[in-house]
Design a protein around this ligand. Structure first.
Ligand SMILES: N[C@@H](CCC(=O)N[C@@H](CS)C(=O)NCC(=O)O)C(=O)O
Length: 199
């Protein structure tokens, strides 16, 4: 049975899932969600995810919310050990960057874009400050490393890339961060890479 993704085209969180599935050639049924009319806050979607958010991923009996959790599932089920290693230290290093996607990146460049592109009311000055803080750390890290967590690409790179690359839509362009720009370009070169609007 083909896995199903409840999706919004301009969502970086949904895009991460589409991207990993494309890279691993996992067939995916895309179910567009009428986000503007709040379909994700109503039945039947709210029954699948009481948090009222997308992406939602359904693979048979398995119903998952949260893009990072979904990447873990896809990598473990369809990917090689490389995308999500099982040894303790490597797994923890990948997890640490998944947390950055969920925290510093979500509250930095993602929030700035939500404000500018979707009119979400939030403190955009603070979001841009947070964005600059995490982008500075990432740029320094990527100056000496090709990939975020390990010496090869992992789901950490897939989880962190979209909102960093889309930051310019929230007034946080990548021009001051050459190592991040080079990393985004390396990801673009993956066989099977797909983009999304703005990226
Ligand atoms: N931690 C979740 C966040 C998901 C999320 O914020 N999704 C947005 C779309 S990109 C959403 O559905 N927002 C609905 C809302 O906040 O009301 C993930 O990584 O999937």
């Amino acid at each position: 049975m083909t896995a199903k993704l409840y999706d919004l085209e301009r969502s970086g969180n949904c895009y991460k899932v589409r991207l990993l599935c494309a890279l691993l050639s996992v067939p995916l049924e895309i179910v567009p969600v009428d986000f503007l009319s709040g379909a994700h806050k109503k039945s039947p979607l709210i029954d699948l995810n009481p948090f009222g958010e997308i992406p939602i991923f359904v693979d048979g009996d398995v119903v998952l919310r949260d893009s990072q959790a979904i990447l873990i599932y896809i990598a473990r089920k369809w990917g090689s050990e490389a995308w999500l290693p099982t040894d303790a230290a490597s797994l923890a290093r990948v997890a640490a960057w998944l947390m950055v996607a969920e925290n510093e990146i979500a509250r930095g460049p993602n929030d700035a874009r939500l404000h500018d592109q979707f009119g979400v009311k939030l403190d955009v000055v603070l979001a841009r400050e947070k964005a600059k803080r995490i982008l500075t750390i990432m740029d320094a890290h990527l100056s000496g490393n090709d990939w975020l967590a390990l010496g090869h690409p992992t789901i950490a790179d897939i989880a962190c890339m979209p909102y960093v690359a889309l930051g310019y839509e929230g007034g946080v362009p990548l021009d001051p961060y050459p190592a991040i720009s080079a990393w985004v370009n390396r990801i673009r070169m993956f066989p099977g890479f797909i983009g999304m609007p703005g990226l």
